[in-house]
Write a protein that binds this ligand. Structure first.
Ligand SMILES: O=C(O)CCC(=O)C(=O)O
Ligand SMILES: [Fe+2]
Length: 343
């Protein structure tokens, strides 16, 4: 099926500048030559709940296309003030820049029950420093610098409401009652992990892979960044696209567990990060998961003769802990869920 996206749904190239005004990465590097600057869907969050039926149904239809075909979209008009997102990103930068390695190293060990994890990986296939913290149901964060905890906490609190709004809109789009996803994942006690990435500037590593191909677990994944460019997603049409996120937008990706619940109607998409950044790039990625003890399996509504059962069920926690991982690592577990069909 060829999908035509209304032009109003896409981000004009003139808006595709970095959110901090820095020059986007050089997109001529070898690893990026395969990727295209293609239109990606933009969803107006407020329009999803508009009292104007025509505005609401247009936005809902766009969301449906974005979830079913793309698996990712830019969310605009979400009501989270620019300052809140900028503050959280500044907090990540401050943590990376101001905290001594000895202090950060206290969080290096992933172990059962760990709520904070820090590491710095610089080898073929990965080039970043990262910090992962459990943000919900209880919020955890390194205590220093003090402004970091407050700024990150504020963003997470604000986004929680946006997440519930998206769950409601997606539930209706799936032909279910409004709290269907919220209940299926027990989102009120959902396990949200904020994964903050810091990619150091490097002008001499054309085409460097900063983060290798992967999909992420959870219901949805939200991403805000300080510098545009580097994230590439493999689309349903088999093309790598350079993902441009307009200033103040939040990129939303379908998580692996929404794929499992919908028996593959909504799919999580493989992505990676490349780039020879001229300045440091910071991203705040949050994996919004089901409740840790929630058993996630394809719902019967999405299984029939034309859509045979394609995933096995397990609790969110068991999935995260498969392959000897710890929950805090929030590693992909779709392979453990996938049933190999005989055709
Ligand atoms: O930093 C990015 O652009 C994406 C990072 C990512 O995919 C992740 O942390 O899972
Ligand atoms: Fe990711």
């Amino acid at each position: 099926m060829v999908l035509t996206i209304p032009s109003s749904l896409v981000v004009p190239f003139s808006h595709r500048i970095s959110s901090n005004g820095a020059t986007p990465i050089d997109s001529s590097s070898p690893a990026e030559i395969m990727a295209v600057d293609e239109e990606i869907p933009t969803i107006d969050y407020f329009a999803l709940f508009s009292a104007d039926p025509s505005q609401c149904s247009t936005a809902m239809e766009r969301l449906s296309i974005a979830c079913e075909h793309y698996g990712f979209f830019n969310l605009v008009n979400h009501g989270i003030a620019d300052g809140v997102m900028e503050g959280a990103l500044r907090g990540v930068s401050d943590f990376v820049g101001q905290t001594a390695v000895e202090e950060k190293s206290k969080y290096r060990e992933a172990h059962p029950g760990a709520k904070i994890l820090w590491d710095s990986n610089c080898h073929a296939g990965e080039n970043r420093e990262y910090l992962k913290v459990v943000a919900r149901p209880q919020f955890h964060c390194p205590p220093n610098p003090p402004s970091f905890r407050e700024a990150l906490g504020e963003y997470q609190t604000k986004f929680h409401d946006v997440k519930l709004g998206l769950a409601r809109a997606m539930s209706l789009n799936l032909g279910q009652e409004v709290s269907y996803i919220e209940n299926a994942f027990s989102l009120e006690s959902g396990l949200d992990v904020a994964a903050m990435n810091f990619y150091p500037p490097n002008l001499n590593s054309k085409g460097t892979i900063r983060l290798a191909d992967h999909t992420d677990p959870g219901f949805i994944i939200s991403l805000v960044q300080n510098l545009d460019g580097g994230l590439q997603i493999l689309t349903h049409q088999g093309k790598w696209v350079n993902v441009h996120i307009p200033p103040n937008a939040i990129l939303i990706q379908v998580g692996e567990h929404l794929e499992v619940l919908t028996n593959g109607k909504y799919k999580s998409r493989i992505h990676h990060v490349t780039g020879n950044y001229k300045a440091k790039r910071v991203t705040l990625v949050t994996l919004h998961g089901p409740s840790a003890d929630k058993f996630v399996a394809p719902a019967q509504e999405f299984v029939d003769d034309s859509h045979p059962l394609a995933y096995r069920g397990m609790t969110y926690s068991d999935g995260l802990k498969s392959n000897d991982n710890h929950e805090i690592e929030v590693q992909s577990c779709i392979a453990q869920h996938r049933i190999l069909l005989p055709y």
